[in-house]
Write a protein that binds this ligand. Structure first.
Ligand SMILES: *Cc1c(COP(=O)(O)O)cnc(C)c1O
Length: 530
């Protein structure tokens, strides 16, 4: 699909959909073809009609506006329709099953939204006096408490703003601990199946990343780990391990891995993005983890991706607890106290600095605590169990037709297929995913993790009903059979029915067009005017 000069894809294509009428408006049924807000309306038609005020003296000197401000002008109902129509183009967990592996599209109960909008939480400002927000501090402290309880750890840094930011925070704490002990190891070990953010984090801190091979079953090869540790003795800062890993498999030898790492004077960083599979079942602190970020947006609900920000608190073991960054909350007899400066720290507290200007994502904290408290420990455990059950239900429903790279062993909260079942069909992983869109499903995660060829990583939300999973499985089976029958057209041009067809995603990422500029008026030649 080609882009117009504004970086917007040109209108819905024609290949393969000759049977569908091209509408005069560009609308499809009740799905409206919506232009950018700048492309229609002008200030003359705005719904607001203010008097010109020439009486006030302009006091900003050279900042006086010299040209029209260029705002779009719309009547109130037009503005309303514009945003409602745009929102209909947004696929969300609220509109359908969203099997995006690794990203964990959690159920977001409306109760959380109601709590986050309470004025006492929603309307506070990070610069207002701490004495005026004791309730907000108590909420952060209560959430911190339950994060430590559910992980069996000693401290938690609340401020990181997403998973990757949490990784950076945890690894900075590890670096600070090594520095405090007079050590300066240079290497961080990262298993083959790691999320891309893990090696990126280590590299950002100046560490050399050394890869650890996986066994045929997709988990860390303990013998390879031993060998690598021996090779780099005394020079290893830590390991960054995801558990359950990005193949959706639990690292069963995690305790042996932790022991080997600790014996090497190194720390065990666990990427906890997949904590949603084990909450209430296993506590990372019991597995020897020293630092782990928790993606609140993947484990304790809260909308994310296009729908809202994330939050990545990092729990820390006893050994790393003194190195938590500023600010942190300290409990005193008088209540909770916010420690914001190094001058306010006490003996033994050695914060490595700050991760962020203020205190973190307050709205996410409220949602996460609301989710935790409304579920209770039994409810949280059941959410983990349901996530694992749903993924395995899909695995069993598809394993005879699609290909499991690591055999028919149970998976955790997500199931990984590779593309060998598409061999000789002429259909690629990408084609297959695009055809899912025509069926009304957001595609699963594709081509990740990199350890298998043409990966398709499926993670159903824990709250999906059996009927919804059955329909998904039946749809996937229909697509697979269609590919195997050689009906390549259904795939090669898909999606046929979406408002947009195949977009130039690489072009959009590499050369984003972020600013609208008014197109030059089209030149009207006599021939065209006829
Ligand atoms: C999502 C994810 C991350 C990154 O988290 P963000 O909140 O997107 O920064 C890191 N590791 C794994 C395994 C993940 O699934």
């Amino acid at each position: 699909m080609s882009m117009n000069t504004q970086g917007r894809p040109t209108a819905a294509g024609d290949a393969g959909d000759a049977f569908r009428p091209k509408t005069f408006t560009g609308n499809r049924g009740l799905d409206m073809e919506e232009p950018l807000i700048f492309e229609f309306g002008s200030l003359e038609t705005t719904g607001v009609d203010l008097d010109e005020d020439d009486s006030a003296e302009f006091e900003l000197g050279s900042f006086k506006r010299k040209a029209e401000i260029g705002l779009p002008g719309l009547a109130e109902p037009e503005a309303m329709r514009h945003y409602v129509r745009l929102s209909r183009n947004n696929y969300a967990i609220d509109s359908g099953l969203y099997p995006l592996g690794s990203c964990t599209m959690k159920h977001n109960p409306r109760l959380n939204e109601k709590m986050a909008r309470l004025p006492g939480f929603a309307d506070i400002h990070p610069l207002q006096p701490v004495s005026s927000v004791p309730g907000a501090l108590e909420l952060i402290d209560a959430l911190a408490h339950w994060l430590m309880v559910s992980t069996n750890t000693s401290a938690v840094a609340m401020s990181p703003k997403a998973g990757a930011h949490g990784e950076l925070c945890g690894m900075m704490a590890i670096k600070a601990a090594h520095t405090a002990a007079g050590r300066d190891p240079k290497i961080v070990l990262v298993p083959e199946s790691a999320h891309g953010t893990n090696p990126a984090t280590a590299a950002l801190l100046g560490y050399k990343v050394v890869n650890i091979d996986a066994k045929d079953d997709g988990t860390v090869d303990l013998e390879a780990l031993k060998k690598t540790i021996a090779e780099h003795e005394g020079n290893i800062a830590g390991i960054m391990l995801t558990n359950p890993n990005t193949c959706g498999l639990f690292e069963r030898e995690v305790k042996q891995i932790a022991d080997l790492i600790h014996k090497a004077d190194a720390y065990f960083y666990c990427d906890g993005a997949n904590f949603n599979a084990i909450v209430g079942k296993a506590r990372p602190g019991d597995l020897g983890v020293d630092a782990m970020h928790i993606n609140l947006h993947k484990t304790f609900s809260t909308p994310h991706g296009g729908g809202g920000p994330g939050s990545g608190p990092v729990v820390l073991s006893q050994r790393l607890a003194p190195f938590a960054p500023l600010p942190f909350i300290r409990k005193t007899e008088k209540g909770v106290e916010l420690v914001e400066t190094e001058a306010a720290t006490k003996d033994g507290e050695q914060p490595f600095g700050r991760m962020t200007a203020f205190h973190g994502q307050m709205g996410m904290y409220v949602r996460a605590l609301s989710y935790m408290m409304s579920h209770g420990s039994d409810g949280l455990r059941q959410a983990s169990e349901d996530a694992v059950l749903n993924a395995n239900y899909i695995r069993v429903g598809l394993q005879d037709l699609m290909s499991l790279p690591f055999g028919e062993r149970p998976c955790m909260h997500e199931v990984l297929f590779d593309d060998s079942f598409l061999k000789d069909t002429g259909v690629t992983t990408l084609d297959f995913a695009k055809a899912m869109i025509d069926e009304g499903y957001h595609p699963m995660t594709m081509y990740f993790p990199l350890v298998v060829h043409g990966a398709m990583l499926i993670e159903p939300t824990e709250s999906e009903s059996r009927a919804a999973l059955d329909l998904f499985v039946a749809t996937m089976r229909d697509l697979v059979m269609s590919a195997k029958r050689g009906e390549t057209e259904r795939f090669s041009g898909a999606p046929y029915l979406a408002p947009r067809r195949r977009l130039d995603e690489t072009g959009a990422a590499r050369k984003p067009v972020l600013k609208w500029t008014e197109p030059a008026p089209a030149e009207v030649t006599p021939a065209a005017a006829e």
